[in-house]
Design a protein around this ligand. Structure first.
Ligand SMILES: NC(=O)C1=CN([C@@H]2O[C@H](COP(=O)(O)OP(=O)(O)OC[C@H]3O[C@@H](n4cnc5c(N)ncnc54)[C@H](O)[C@@H]3O)[C@@H](O)[C@H]2O)C=CC1
Ligand SMILES: O=C(O)[C@@H]1CCC=N1
Length: 268
């Protein structure tokens, strides 16, 4: 079988997490990484991962099978315009950008171009991304095979419709930040009782890791919560306070605000 060659346009942490997973799980694939200006970053990545890098992706674009756009949404119009005249038949164009679904890629690229949208999260760094994805109209079974081997190299992946990826970007892509924010708040609460920030960090992080392991084992957040919440006990008072202060409503609003912004970014 022909060696699949991936070109990353964008060399930030998301690109790095994806190609690091691919290098580990699909070592048969060739990787070239590029960005628009930071040549030091490319040099570091080249030395660390022993991959090809280029500061002029246009020179490489005709040689590759898959082009992964890992640059910000705002860079897409310009990058897609530059890509348009260079694309060859059978190449697959994947974006990981918030708000930019396959229909946006198709509108900007030659008719018939195979496109896909991968929405990962930063847990790709440890091979535990929960990624969601959608395909464009013109992907073949072969494109799908290559795409899923990339997506599965960084963790779990679930195919959805384009609209669903738009609406769930907040839940899988951004919510890790909400969880880390929750951890920061608990650390702050812990230090307010006179322990050091190192002690607070250990208490909170180990509590979260333990809770995540319980979720992984039992997959029943409501039941697990009930087991912690002794009737008339201390936890019940805390949950009641969260409810009184609009915990679920506040989270729903955060999800809506995130998705609204992602759509704005994708259409700018
Ligand atoms: N960070 C996250 O948790 C997630 C990010 N994403 C998406 O992944 C993409 C990248 O994210 P990060 O790596 O965090 O961003 P970043 O901003 O740290 O990195 C972006 C990279 O793109 C390069 N770049 C910018 N303009 C360019 C251009 N015109 N041509 C070529 N390269 C260009 C930059 O030099 C940089 O290497 C974004 O589109 C974001 O929406 C998706 C899911 C999660
Ligand atoms: O903040 C952002 O725009 C991206 C989308 C998902 C996670 N980070």
């Amino acid at each position: 079988m022909k060696r699949v060659h991936l070109l990353f346009i964008g060399a930030g942490p998301m690109a790095e997490a994806i190609f690091a997973g691919v290098l580990q799980h699909r070592p048969e694939m060739a990787i070239t990484v590029s960005n628009n200006k930071d040549t030091n970053r490319l040099e570091q990545l080249k030395n660390h991962y022993n991959i090809e890098t280029t500061s002029n992706w246009k020179e490489t674009v005709t040689e590759v099978d898959v082009i992964v756009l890992a640059c910000p949404p705002s860079a897409h119009p310009d990058v897609l315009e530059q890509l348009h005249p260079l694309l060859k038949k059978d190449q697959l164009i994947v974006t990981v950008a918030a708000g930019i679904g396959p229909s946006s890629l198709e509108a900007a690229l030659p008719k018939g171009t195979a496109t896909a949208w991968l929405m990962p999260n930063t847990s790709a760094d440890v091979g535990k991304s929960m990624s969601i994805y959608a395909f464009g109209e013109d992907v073949t079974e072969e494109h799908k095979k290559v795409f899923t081997s990339i997506a599965s190299a960084i963790g779990h992946a679930q195919e959805l419709t384009e609209e669903q990826v738009h609406n769930l970007t907040a839940v899988t892509g951004s919510a890790p930040a909400f969880l880390y924010y929750f951890v920061e708040a608990l650390e702050q609460a812990a230090t307010s009782y006179g322990i050091t920030s190192e002690q607070a960090r250990k208490l909170v992080i180990e509590m979260v890791i333990g809770s995540a392991a319980m979720l992984e084992k039992y997959r029943d957040p409501k039941g697990l919560r009930a087991n912690v919440t002794s009737p008339g006990g201390a936890t019940a008072a805390g949950i009641a306070s969260l409810d009184e202060n609009g915990f679920t409503d506040s989270l729903m609003k955060a999800i809506h605000a995130t998705n609204k912004r992602a759509k704005e970014l994708g259409s700018s």
